[in-house]
Design a binder for this molecule. Sequence first.
Ligand SMILES: CC(=O)SCCNC(=O)CCNC(=O)[C@H](O)C(C)(C)COP(=O)(O)OP(=O)(O)OC[C@H]1O[C@@H](n2cnc3c(N)ncnc32)[C@H](O)[C@@H]1OP(=O)(O)O
Length: 297
Amino acid sequence: MDFPFDLNALFPERISVLDNNLSAGRKAHGRPDPLLQITTVIDELGKASSKAQHLPAPITSAAKLQTNRHHLYLLKDGEQNGGRGVLVGFLKVGYKKLFLLNQRGAHLETEPLCVLDFYVTETMQRHGYGLELFEFMLKHKRVEPEQMAYDRPSPKFLSFLEKHFDLKNSVPQVNNFVVFDGFFQSRSAVQLRKVPPKKPEGEIKPYSLMEREVVREEQRALPWPFVRPAGPPHSPPLLPSSPQSRSLSVGSSPSRAPHRPVVALGLQQGQTPSSQLNDSCRTKRTSSLNRSRLSFH
Ligand SMILES: CC(=O)SCCNC(=O)CCNC(=O)[C@H](O)C(C)(C)COP(=O)(O)OP(=O)(O)OC[C@H]1O[C@@H](n2cnc3c(N)ncnc32)[C@H](O)[C@@H]1OP(=O)(O)O
């Protein structure tokens, strides 16, 4: 995906890590405010991802990133587009409080790192870029794939997880998150706490609306004066398989501090242990990129 500005000036590193402070560490020395351009990049990628997943609206945007404690990993190829670079894809992760069922069907309160959105531009898929992003994130977050939860993974993403990480046996859940064998064994990354027994006055309601469902709710909400009168629910409950259904959790984790100090824009790839991998990937993929550049419009 290319843009009408220099991506290399905006994102000096091959993989940049963005947090809620989009322009952290960046000063516009006599240049236009880079925040506008960064916003454009994130919003366009978010739109493309939602389209690829048949979602009713983007779940990734600059505005959403600014109001959450998520990390967005952006992968570029700096050599394309006449040296101005192209955006290859992104991966968004964040901690979520989730009530999950273990293999014995017990509800446990957990707060794992979750994959929330993941996208590689169509013509660049199946060239190893997704793996490059994912492995970079694993090292940055110091987490193993089986310790993570996956927010309604698409068939392509499930295939990706099985191929690269041998994750195939999921533990059935009643929400849209997917966790795999090994999740409940790894206590280091997952804080497990048994949910107190059911209260006599009613059912435990472990799930509240979260990102993917919120998008749907936002779409549904009508502005005044078009607000619908109180009545029965607008639609029947969504099936987990519905492309519009979004995952449920007890919400984001505003109190959780990142594992490390947040590295906003400009994380040096050379400073991470994944650089060797990236270098080898880079060499392998340059030729494919020439054939497969996507246009911004
Ligand atoms: C929680 C969430 O974010 S769910 C949403 C996940 N995102 C999407 O579904 C959007 C569309 N898909 C994509 O953007 C990409 O395919 C991603 C991000 C899932 C994977 O990125 P890629 O760069 O294609 O992955 P990478 O090249 O490293 O790995 C390839 C493997 O991924 C899987 N995969 C990638 N594309 C496809 C596809 N079109 N069909 C089936 N499997 C696919 C396969 O296992 C593939 O291995 P194979 O080619 O040997 O079959």
